[in-house]
Design a protein around this ligand. Sequence first.
Ligand code: NDP
Length: 285
Amino acid sequence: MSAKIIDGKAVSQSIREELRTEVAALKGRGITPGLAVVIVGDDPASRVYVNNKKRACAEVGIYSEEHALPAGTRQEELLELVRRLNQDPAIHGILVQLPLPDHLDEKAVLNTIDPDKDVDGFHPVNVGRMVVGEPCFLPCTPHGVLELIRRTGIDLTGKRAVVIGRSNIVGKPVAILLLQQNATVTVCHSKTRDLPAICREADVLVAAVGRAEMVKGDWIKPGAVVIDVGVNRGGDHKLYGDVEFASASQVAGYITPVPGGVGPMTIAMLMKNTVQAAKRAHGLE
Ligand code: NDP
């Protein structure tokens, strides 16, 4: 293997340690960052994500409270809870765990969160601020992707970056953030023609597709930075990325593993946004 492994677990751990120090200092000034996590129904994957977020809060010193609502919760009840949390001074960040049960209007719920408490960065106000480069909460996974690239020490200016995937939560925001770092960005999707040829031009390749091991080693430019956002459960119950790690790691310069790459960064960035929200609420940023 020639590629250097970008260890997302280690990077996220060091971010959490920095945050723990920062939270301790804030507490010394009487400020305890607070995160409310709202979960509706009993989706097992959502339960795991919520538990991980609560554990991360405890580790960093953030106050967290969980609002677990039954699957049959009505839209208005959920909106009422969000509005109440918007008004709660102990809560600086509100996270509604997705997906919501089908009868609930996800967009309406996310749009009800106060943009100043929108630590997931999904509210259109924050998305708009991100696009025009104003201070905002960056969405956690794309922010984590950029942070991992930044830690390779590679200057993105003038580099060719290719993003596979154009979802609102990963592909599009990753492309915008790469553009803001002066990369020349191509965004690919399911209708893109000759994807392997486009990928071969990439100095930085970000895969956010949701198809196990779709990106092969011979799609990768020698020495490229490869960031694998995909999380795919194989028939053997193991996790696979969107990139075929065994072949890609022979060619890439840097590569993230799955698990242990982008995944841990998402929660670290959520913690970072919550601390930032608390600081802003107290005029410290
Ligand atoms: P979506 O399903 O919303 O988007 C997938 C994107 O991939 C779409 O834009 C789609 O194109 C594109 N695509 C699908 N098939 C192909 C193909 N054959 N060739 C090229 N492009 C294709 O997924 P998400 O963006 O939400 O997530 C992507 C992956 O990242 C998933 O595996 C998900 O589990 C993972 N993920 C990981 C996170 C983490 O913390 N590590 C957080 C969030 C997601 P089109 O638009 O044309 O349909």
